[in-house]
Ligand binder design. Sequence first.
Ligand SMILES: NC(=O)c1ccc[n+]([C@@H]2O[C@H](COP(=O)([O-])OP(=O)(O)OC[C@H]3O[C@@H](n4cnc5c(N)ncnc54)[C@H](O)[C@@H]3O)[C@@H](O)[C@H]2O)c1
Length: 382
Amino acid sequence: MQRVPEIIEVEHALGSYPVVIQTGLIDAIGEWLAPYLEGRRTPVIVSDEQVWSALGEQLSGALLASGISMTPVLVPAGEPSKSWTCLTDVVERLLDLGVERGDTLVAFGGGVVGDLTGFAASILKRGCNYIQVPTSLLAQVDSSVGGKTGINAKAGKNLVGAFHQPSAVLIDPTTLDSLPERHIRAGYAEIVKYGLIGSLDFFSWCESAALDLIGGDVDARSQAILASVRAKSAIVARDERESSGERALLNFGHTFAHALEAQCGLDGGLLHGEAVAAGMILAMRLSAERGLCSRGVAERTRAHLAACGLPTEMNEIGIRATGSELVRHMRHDKKAVGSRPKLILSRGIGQAFVDDSLSLDEIASFLDSELRRTAHRHAALR
Ligand SMILES: NC(=O)c1ccc[n+]([C@@H]2O[C@H](COP(=O)([O-])OP(=O)(O)OC[C@H]3O[C@@H](n4cnc5c(N)ncnc54)[C@H](O)[C@@H]3O)[C@@H](O)[C@H]2O)c1
């Protein structure tokens, strides 16, 4: 077990923050947090009920061992907590606890807790500090780094939010031991994404290490987290606010994924990482159809994600919609320019690029052909 911390410094416009990755970090969390508490010995920890029942005792015990008592603010587990109702409730509870502008909140949980706490921190007393202590694989490899925070709106996912950088990100891969396997698989989709957008070598490593990683091998998990954080932090340091387009590459598969999520509802029936897996395959298949990459490359990607138990076809996630119904959800996509969404397409594994040449009608007709193809396959299998 690797005990030496790996520390990656993430640069942003106003400074930088460390991302620390260390197995067993949680047992020394008080030492890591102390420099950020500035004398306040009762930090507020925002978490969800499921994370708290799995890890709350370990966290509070470790803090007490450093002489730090804390106040937990808990929200229900799951995507519905990224809502106006929950945000209002959290902000009111933080105000009741007397949180001040110079204080540091701690987000202890998955991407939902991280996005919600970061957004609450960005608006509370016109902005206070927060630290991410991510506990899901998705949050450790993706959402805790980069400072995108927010909640969902009726019109779609992540439509209300702010860029607000954390003061630090503290990652302990052993916290994943209590994460249900379905969420490990879903988080894995965001790891593969880094290979697909920028590194054939990393994708090949994923093909060889995925089953160990999903099965619980802490070394494979640590390596994947380190490689993912390095890849994401390099991109967000160069394009913090998605202005040059480079950060948009991180949305590979996401325009399709957000449409699939909106179609399925945000109640946990389809997990974000599962939607991303199916969305990345749609992006690869569309790239192959337009002659940008070979069909073999698209099939290699599909085969790997399928071997990892992730959905790769729309019929597997029960999509009963037309192409135009799906693209309607893309109109609200923050990446849309007029009626031409910014899609991330591929010239091969590791060679993603931004493309806004396709109209919503063309995307709808591609999706219709995909829906027909998978429906035929489904019928043929019965
Ligand atoms: N801000 C960003 O840059 C960014 C990037 C990608 C995704 N996201 C957002 O992240 C969210 C998805 O994150 P997620 O998959 O972590 O979802 P999540 O936060 O809902 O966590 C998944 C489930 O696992 C549970 N859980 C988390 N850690 C656990 C642990 N160690 N032990 C037991 N249970 C645990 C949670 O209670 C929850 O039920 C989406 O809302 C997505 O939009 C944000």
